[in-house]
Write a new protein. Structure first.
Length: 417
């Protein structure tokens, strides 16, 4: 049975744990996020927090931060792993599949169209809308930093951890630094809170994941990682080689989609499966779409010059690059929820959660701010969007629509200037 192993405590400010949702209901929620979540993986975590912690109250602030911390420790696309886990929380494995499909499908379809020469993000109204939606990402991540800092950094030690993590990532930007600061945060938490007051634990999260199924997912992850190269050597099949290249890239990436790109470049360009110009064109397009950057795999799978390519190649590449991260997060969920309630783990998570705030703060500046705010008008629009979300309590969908429209207006004004 997939019932939780212990009685669940109530999330903050809620009267009951979230009821199970339908596949279609979860799909539609994440489809909307997949259409509007610009700004990269850290921005996506801000969108998820606003939707599922603040608005829908599927889990509390500490539970969400702990889930983000788990994704930071694992290889794979962190925002997609968190989204998948939220779907599992609400609807079991079908709910996780619905969350992944809804969040991934919009950008995957755009990247597939790009492989056939369609690009709606350059010039005119399309570019203005994209720029406006990127400004929304600035406001959403600023809101997440604001809200999570208040909850997760309530004292000077944790505030210090958050600031030091922000500085470290800005001065030494790399996937190694990102993993290192999370580990350093855990060490700081153990040192500072092992014998002191740690605050209340986050609510028990009723992940509908039987431990047998979780163990099977972890075993399958290892089996594919070790077995696919042997299968390529034995068969010589390009289809198997495609799966192996994308699965290996998804298995070895810490730090999000930007890190997977060099791995794919080394697998595809030197072999002649895709030209350097094609790869760079797809990479540029991937920066302008919402949702996970891992959907760049759909472009590469579609344009490669050996079969399977086209739609079949895109689907194969997309499933292969996401599968390892989803197997890992699914396999870890039931063990992680039990572990995070132990005193030593709770102490470590005090520091880890403060480090997560620092990671968000660093991403707010680079790449989100540096790639989006280029003029006083951009800053004004982002500030108005932030005020609308945080202080004026304007519905998020309306903020997104108004900011997208503002992006069109400012783009037209800049073009005419």
């Amino acid at each position: 049975m997939d019932t939780p192993s212990r009685p669940a405590t109530l999330p903050e400010s809620t009267e009951a744990l979230p009821a199970r949702s339908s596949f279609l209901g979860i799909l539609l929620v994440f489809l909307r996020l997949g259409l509007t979540s610009f700004g990269g993986p850290i921005a996506h975590l801000g969108y998820f927090r606003d939707e599922f912690v603040v608005r829908r109250r599927w889990l509390d602030e500490r539970g969400y931060a702990d889930l983000v911390a788990l994704a930071q420790f694992l290889p794979g696309p962190a925002s997609s792993q968190v989204g998948f886990a939220l779907g599992v929380l609400r609807g079991g494995l079908p709910g996780g599949a619905a969350a992944w499909l809804g969040f991934t499908m919009p950008s995957a379809l755009v990247m597939l169209l790009a492989a056939y020469g369609v690009d709606w993000t350059t010039g005119g109204t399309g570019a203005g809308i994209v720029h406006g939606l990127k400004l929304v990402a600035v406001a959403v991540v600023a809101q997440a930093v604001w809200g999570m800092a208040a909850k997760l950094c309530p004292d000077r030690p944790r505030q210090t951890v958050a600031v030091l993590v922000t500085v470290a990532i800005l001065l030494l930007p790399s996937a190694v630094t990102q993993v290192g600061v999370i580990l350093a945060g855990a060490a700081a938490g153990l040192l500072l809170y092992r014998s002191g007051e740690m605050g209340p634990a986050g609510a028990t999260l009723p992940f509908r994941v039987p431990r047998g199924a979780a163990t099977a997912a972890l075993a399958l992850f290892l089996l594919l990682l070790l077995g696919l190269p042997l299968l390529v050597a034995a068969t010589g099949s390009h289809a198997v080689a495609t799966v192996e290249a994308f699965y290996r890239a998804g298995s070895l990436v810490f730090g999000g989609g930007h890190v997977v790109l060099p791995l794919l470049e080394r697998a595809y360009v030197p072999t002649g499966w895709i030209t350097a110009d094609q790869f760079l064109a797809g990479y540029g397009m991937a920066q302008a779409v919402p949702g996970p950057l891992f959907t760049f795999a759909a472009f590469v799978g579609a344009v490669q010059n050996l079969a399977p390519n086209g739609v079949a190649g895109a689907v194969l590449a997309l499933l292969a690059v996401f599968l390892p991260g989803l197997l890992l997060i699914y396999g870890m969920l039931p063990f992680w929820d039990a572990l995070r309630h132990r005193p030593a783990a709770r102490a470590a998570l005090q520091g880890v959660n403060a480090a997560v705030v620092g990671v968000l703060a660093a991403a707010l500046f680079d790449p989100i701010w540096t790639s989006t705010v280029h003029a006083p008008a951009d800053f004004a629009v982002a500030l108005l969007a932030f005020a609308a979300l945080v202080w004026w309590r304007v519905p998020a969908w309306l903020v997104v629509a108004l900011t997208a429209a503002a992006g069109v207006v400012t783009a037209a004004f800049s073009a005419g200037a």
